[in-house]
Ligand binder design. Sequence first.
Ligand SMILES: Nc1nc2c(ncn2[C@@H]2O[C@H](COP(=O)(O)OP(=O)(O)OP(=O)(O)O)[C@@H](O)[C@H]2O)c(=O)[nH]1
Ligand SMILES: [Mg+2]
Length: 419
Amino acid sequence: MLLVGVSLPQIPVWEAEDSLEELSRLAHTAALHERARVLQNRQRVDPTYYLGKGKAAELKPLAQDCGADLIVFDNDLAPAQMRNLEKLTGLRILDRSGLILDIFAQHARTHTAQLQVELAQLNYLLPRLTRQWSHLSRQAGGGAIRGMGAVGVRGPGETQLEIDRRLIRRRISELTLKLERISGQLATSRKGRRDAFKVALVGYTNAGKSTLMRALSGAQVLVANQLFATLDSTTRAVELDQGRKILLTDTVGFIRRLPHHLFASFHGTLEEAVQADLLLHVVDMSHPHYEQQQTTVAGVLRELGLEDKPTLLVFNKIDRVDPGEQERLAHHWAQQAGAVAVSARSGVGLRMLREKILYYSQEEEITVDLHIPQQEGRLLSQLHHQGEVLAQDFADDQVHLRVRLDRSWVRRWGLERYA
Ligand SMILES: Nc1nc2c(ncn2[C@@H]2O[C@H](COP(=O)(O)OP(=O)(O)OP(=O)(O)O)[C@@H](O)[C@H]2O)c(=O)[nH]1
Ligand SMILES: [Mg+2]
């Protein structure tokens, strides 16, 4: 496979190179092997071929020389550019979004993830549908046309292409409905746990979120040195010190230029992050451009409307720097951003991390004095159950309680009227 990138003036060259390097890792994850790499500097994008005409013409002989039968572009191509390149080179063309979709299709294990990926693939496919579309759908990992059934009966004057489009649209609405139903069910089951303090792991793909999930909760989530190993969210109860329980969720990672179809389809999965009380933003500090990854993640969080959510930065993989340096960095980050340096693999810094989470989770707790009529037996027992009763005495037909509990309970149970 041939990798092609275009470096534009508004993007520094190192960033284009880094992005191409990342594309190579993505390709590797999709079991594609890089044969050669082309990076062209251009003032602007060429409307016909994305890269310059001359460069585009060189692709075919270059691919022949190195035995590549597929060209992967780091940039997202317009449907017409993709067709033009296919015509010019006679080879299959894939762009960044297409490749990421492919990986998602390969990695989707649960039913929900499969539906989400299929929806994203079809939305990606629809404007690219041409007579050769069957090859596109093959390359989309097989998921794209699953469930569409036999080719429909041709309506009067309908071409095959129109039929295909109609089928895809129908499948898209079917999937959208199914996913809405699933996310409704999830919301209901989440209601049952809304009283617990919820923490979600977010971060760039491969930052070590799942490893940290394992280290903190013992959950046997998949850890792999590949991009987008995790596509589903997993939630586990974790007991911090002092018997305090939280719910920890591991979820899908982010990447620069995340295909927006995917983003839209995975809203259900990302909902876990939206609902969390605290985000742990995991950063792979051993990555040469970790700061840029951090910025990318912050951007995605902004798109999700989560920029104001309490967020704790967790610099992971600290075991990769030498021990002398570890302490200095940990200190530096703690000073700078209240961040914690950890190694999810070796366990360094996890105690500190637990303490920090505990601290955040207690922020949510308040102590209230209440006067509750004795006949409110149910409320009294709930308070004993959910809160920590610090003092209690009985007077007339009232119970005086001093309770430490989650701020949210005050509102939910209308406790103000007993204060
Ligand atoms: N050296 C070192 N490697 C780590 C550490 N944490 C995770 N890794 C490795 O980093 C790779 C990615 O880890 P994952 O936990 O799968 O990362 P993730 O963030 O869940 O990635 P995706 O689910 O693909 O987005 C694996 O090879 C891990 O073994 C760490 O603290 N130190
Ligand atoms: Mg993971």
